[in-house]
Design a protein around this ligand. Structure first.
Ligand SMILES: Cc1cc2nc3c(=O)[nH]c(=O)nc-3n(C[C@H](O)[C@H](O)[C@H](O)COP(=O)(O)OP(=O)(O)OC[C@H]3O[C@@H](n4cnc5c(N)ncnc54)[C@H](O)[C@@H]3O)c2cc1C
Length: 324
């Protein structure tokens, strides 16, 4: 087998679909028996850095297309005309898998426990290239020998009892709700995806204790909030949360995962043809890396350096004016 993908989240499945389109066979291992087990807000910007994956969501993947986002602060609300597509993430992942399976093999409920000298165990497979799309606690990253990125923590749930305008997404950046993070209310077809997260885990617990009465059932997960880390080594590359492909300022990893999956599929094709070396992977997405880095610096500035909520409100107002 030439390509082994570890992880069947949005990153691994997007890559699988792109590889299938290139006619490159692969094997994908997902430790769970079904898709979308993790918490997520399920919102995506329609367009990021000129990429638009609208066709990925077609059919049952889209629940609602909102007109923009209201950012509520202690000093008022700011409107950003940035249409957010609300997904049914499970449907999107299932559809990606259906499309990818035409060219490759997807093994659900099968975990890769360890990798030694390029061999996956217990499968005992030695692929030409290993892709670590195995999330925040990636074993492929450990195999390459790369330190894990800084992480935040967030929880999400569904609720029907939200009295807000469902033509928009709503984000609350208020220290009395959560420090160094935000709470969200994203409208789906007939319910809301709501959640709260902090870029620093130490602030999360206290905030969640006040917020948790809104539902009885929460799902939580770590989100890498850092600059993209080194993402190649030995015969492996990283993709998605494993490599911190996340727009830190909003904790959004779906679009970056899909964008870099597209670039990774082109890289893998050339790698298998012997035209590029593993270390050239990151050269192909310099523009995207710069964008993710900038977003990280904005996060540390807005939530870390700026302590005054009034000043933060003013800065957010400036930023949202670009999208008015
Ligand atoms: C509460 C919350 C809300 C969020 N909201 C948004 C949002 O609204 N919009 C947005 O864009 N992003 C959001 N994100 C971030 C986004 O969900 C992630 O960045 C994105 O899902 C990352 O995808 P991934 O495929 O890299 O990782 P994952 O989704 O974590 O997928 C990794 C997969 O690998 C599997 N796996 C791991 N190890 C192994 C192994 N050894 N063998 C086999 N399988 C393995 C796991 O079971 C998992 O399915 C949110 C995150 C959280 C936690």
């Amino acid at each position: 087998m030439e390509v082994a993908i570890i992880g069947g989240g949005i990153a691994g499945l997007s890559l699988a679909k792109f590889l299938a389109e290139e006619g490159i066979p692969f094997i994908l291992f997902e430790e769970h028996k079904d898709f979308f087990r993790k918490a997520c807000g399920e919102g995506v910007m329609q367009n990021t850095l000129g990429y638009d994956f609208y066709d990925f969501y077609s059919g049952r993947g889209i629940e609602r297309e909102t007109e923009g986002v209201y950012i509520h602060t202690k000093y008022g609300k700011n409107f950003m005309r940035l249409p957010i597509i609300m997904l049914n993430k499970q449907e999107v992942e299932k559809e990606l898998a259906r499309k990818a399976e035409k060219q490759g093999e997807i093994r659900m409920g099968e975990r890769v426990n360890r990798i030694v000298n390029g061999i996956l165990y217990p499968q005992q497979i030695k692929p030409k290239i290993i892709v670590g799309a195995d999330g925040a606690f990636s074993i492929v990253r450990d195999y390459i020998g790369i330190k894990k990125p800084k992480m935040g923590f967030a929880v999400a749930t569904y609720s029907k009892n939200i009295d807000m305008d469902n033509a928009y997404c709503h984000v609350f950046i208020k220290d009395d709700i959560v420090k160094y993070g935000y709470a969200w209310y994203f409208p789906k077809k007939d319910k809301w995806n709501i959640g709260i997260g902090s870029f620093k885990k130490k602030y999360f617990k206290e905030a969640f204790l006040k917020f948790k009465y809104k539902s009885e059932k929460w799902k939580g997960a770590y989100i890498p909030i850092d600059k993209p880390i080194k993402s190649y080594g030995k015969n492996a590359i990283l993709l998605g949360d494993s490599a911190c492909h996340v727009i830190s300022a909003v904790g959004a990893g779906i679009m970056p995962s899909m964008i870099i999956a597209k670039i990774a599929s082109e890289f893998i094709k050339k790698f298998l043809e012997g035209k590029v070396k593993i270390k050239e992977y990151e050269n192909l997405w310099k523009k995207e890396k710069k964008y993710l880095k900038l977003s990280y610096y904005l996060t540390t500035f807005l939530f870390g350096i700026v302590k005054s909520e009034f000043l933060r409100h003013k800065i957010i107002r400036r930023i949202t004016k670009f999208y008015a």
